[in-house]
Design a protein around this ligand. Structure first.
Ligand code: UFG
Length: 325
């Protein structure tokens, strides 16, 4: 069985669906601090906290776990600057608890959710996996620390892991069974859709004077179902004896904030009021990842690489849940 830690969250829930659709049995372990119990539509749900190592041990005693996927982490970059302890304890120390128990139970296969924030401000675009890692936030540092620890553990204890460095996860399950739902919401696409549906009056554009073609920030949006597919492939790669490795997960394409807003206007057919605002602290102008390595080694091919598909699935989900939450 596969243990999905943080499987009640946006990304973990999509991976849980993908694994179950491909014949895996899963256990979701989540403390529901940010996750949603009704996102656990597949597999077994066990509520628990990585901060309590005995709760983790109980899960490993109860189920025949063969591999672990770790999604449980706080992800607000700005908050990590204001309250780094919250991030280092949860994202680093609690992950170490998880791996400690894995080793105690001789479970040595791990897929880890990392981030392009480990690169910091890019010195070249597209960002490849050999790009220097100089994070600019405690969030990014915490993820890099875990990557470093995984590498040492891999050498010393024969832990085999794949670390996936996500660019901007976006979109929703095409069947709308699950989707993006954060509280507070800070991500561009859901906020634009809130503006489209009248849940907010406008979308603020954080900076229009960047050195980019239209002056707004450019990001590499990757559909969450494609992201889920990459996790499945990473798991299969490790199950087939693949060595520890790390991969970018992006589309290799960039879209500006203005382009995303325009696409949302086209798809929703709503007027979306966009208001120019000042830059948000810590935003690199352009983040685009090279996906050559993951394509070559894991044979991953994105199916929803079009921005339209990303916004369409997000909009379908948005309409479904608008009245519910
Ligand atoms: N943006 C706006 N207005 C908003 C919200 C966002 O203009 O109301 C802009 C941001 O400035 C940024 C782009 O839209 O240029 C995307 O912003 P998101 O907040 O959706 O995503 P980020 O690029 O900030 O965050 C992503 C991941 C993080 C990761 C980070 C690394 O979600 O997990 O990249 O920089 F850490």
């Amino acid at each position: 069985m596969i243990l999905i830690v943080g499987g009640a969250g946006y990304i973990g829930a999509h991976i849980n669906k993908q694994l179950n659709n491909n014949g895996y049995e899963t256990i979701v372990f989540d403390n529901l601090s940010y996750g949603h119990e009704d996102f656990v539509k597949w597999g077994i749900f066990e509520r628990g906290d990585l901060g309590n190592i005995n709760e983790i041990r109980k899960i490993f005693q109860k189920y025949p776990i063969t591999a672990v996927m770790q999604f449980a982490a706080f992800t607000y970059v700005g908050e990590s600057v204001e309250d780094p302890q919250k991030y280092y304890i949860n994202n680093v120390c609690n992950t170490l608890n998880l791996i400690k128990v894995m080793l105690e139970f001789d479970v040595k296969t791990l897929v880890f959710s990392s981030t392009c924030a480990t690169y910091g401000n890019p010195i070249e675009i597209p960002i490849t996996e050999t790009h220097p890692q100089n994070p600019i936030s405690p969030y990014g540092y915490g993820k890099l620390m875990v990557e470093t620890i995984l590498s040492d553990y891999s050498n010393a204890y024969n832990l085999r892991y794949v670390s996936l460095r996500y660019f901007n996860a976006a979109g929703a399950d095409p069947d709308s069974e699950i989707g993006e739902l954060h509280n507070p919401e800070t991500h561009l696409i859901p906020l634009i859709l809130d503006a489209a549906s009248g849940k907010r009056s406008d979308i603020k554009i954080f900076g229009t004077d960047y050195d980019t073609p239209d002056g707004t920030c450019v990001r590499d949006y990757i559909h969450v179902t494609d992201l889920a597919d990459a996790h499945l492939k990473a798991l299969q790669y490790l199950e087939n004896g693949g060595k520890s490795d790390y991969f970018n997960l992006g589309n290799g394409n960039g879209f500006s904030v203005l382009e995303v807003i325009e696409k949302a206007r086209e798809i929703t057919r709503k007027e979306i009021n966009a208001v120019e605002d000042k830059r948000r602290h810590g935003d690199p102008p352009i983040l685009i990842g090279s996906s050559d390595k993951v394509r070559n080694i894991l044979k991953w091919e994105p199916k929803y690489h079009d921005l339209s598909q990303i916004v369409e699935t997000a909009w379908k989900w948005h309409k479904k849940i608008s009245n519910k939450f």
